[in-house]
Design a protein around this ligand. Structure first.
Ligand code: PBE
Length: 297
């Protein structure tokens, strides 16, 4: 539908020349008759309901006065599948997106400008440990504390997984190729002797990558690591009640602000393991909108 409209607009533009373009800026994309909302059924393709980005998006819908819009729940995997399908057909789609994510290297995408700051400024991803981990497993605590990498590093692992490598293998390959970085994380860390370590994570592509990497590093150091896939709420609750030793998926200051406040004092924030993350509404570059405000039209 979108493609047809584009072609029609283009044809009209060619036939009638500038006279047809009353607005002056009209080029291709949404014709006057179809608003962005019409082209996507007023739907924003979301992910799992527990994700911070879902809450931020509900708030954005309020703040920008997008009352006719619906945020559709799903999962990270369902969202990227919908994105791929739309992209292949050059159809419009609006998703809840984030960086680092492999989707930005697979597809030409853009964030919609967020003039009201509904998605905050840049986010960092923090490592979060249960209270008492430093005393019980000082070596693990030290590695988590020293774990620090870049969006590009994470991108390498994420892309490998997306291309079909298993998360364990992709993590192992990255660890092997980045011995210098790993050596910094494990510097002065007490090796393990089969002690059990339980890490929690949510199946967001970024966190599948980071959790598998840190798990591999701890295993290589001699610990017996189990990684458990959980929802966002239970991940934070698990660290707070001690049933999970740590997670490396704390998006702050905004995305997980609720969980952070809820359990403050019941976990140890080991600081950022990655800087320069971001969340927001994301669309393919071929769509003729630039800002969240444009969804009102
Ligand atoms: N995310 C990816 C998560 C954090 C990691 C942005 C989808 C969220 O809670 O929204």
């Amino acid at each position: 539908m979108f493609t047809k409209i584009s072609k029609l607009t283009l044809a009209l533009g060619l036939t009638f020349g500038l006279a047809a373009c009353s607005g002056g800026e009209e080029s291709s994309g949404q014709a006057d008759s179809a608003s962005v909302g019409d082209t996507v059924d007023y739907k924003i393709t979301g992910i799992d309901p527990g994700a911070g980005i879902m809450k931020a998006t509900s708030a954005a819908i309020e703040e920008y006065g997008l009352s006719e819009w619906e945020l559709v729940e799903g999962s990270g995997a369902a969202m990227t599948a919908a994105l791929k399908k739309a992209y292949d057909d050059e159809e419009p789609i609006i998703i809840t997106g984030w960086t680092p994510h492999w989707m930005f290297s697979k597809f030409d995408l853009k964030y919609l400008e967020d003039s009201k700051g509904a998605y905050g400024e840049a986010e960092d991803i923090h490592s979060i440990a249960r209270n008492g981990l430093a005393e019980d497993l000082p070596g693990v605590h030290k590695v988590l504390d020293q774990f620090h990498w870049t969006p590009d590093d994470m991108g390498v692992v994420m892309s490998a997984i997306q291309d079909g490598t298993s998360p364990e293998e992709a993590a192992a390959a990255w660890v092997e190729d980045n011995a210098d970085k790993v050596a910094e994380w494990t510097k002065n860390a007490q090796p393990g002797n089969g002690e059990e370590v339980k890490l929690g994570y949510v199946s967001w592509d970024s966190e599948i990558a980071s959790t598998n990497v840190i798990s591999k590093v701890l295993k290589d150091l001699g610990y017996k690591v189990t990684i458990s896939q959980v929802e966002a709420g239970p991940m934070w609750a698990g660290v707070a009640d001690g049933s999970i030793d740590a997670h490396v998926a704390g998006w702050l200051p905004l995305t997980h602000a609720d969980q952070y406040e809820k359990y403050e004092g019941k976990f140890e924030d080991l600081g950022a393991n990655l800087e320069g993350a971001k969340t927001g509404l994301v669309v393919p570059k071929y769509m003729d909108i630039d800002s969240i405000e444009d969804l009102k039209e």
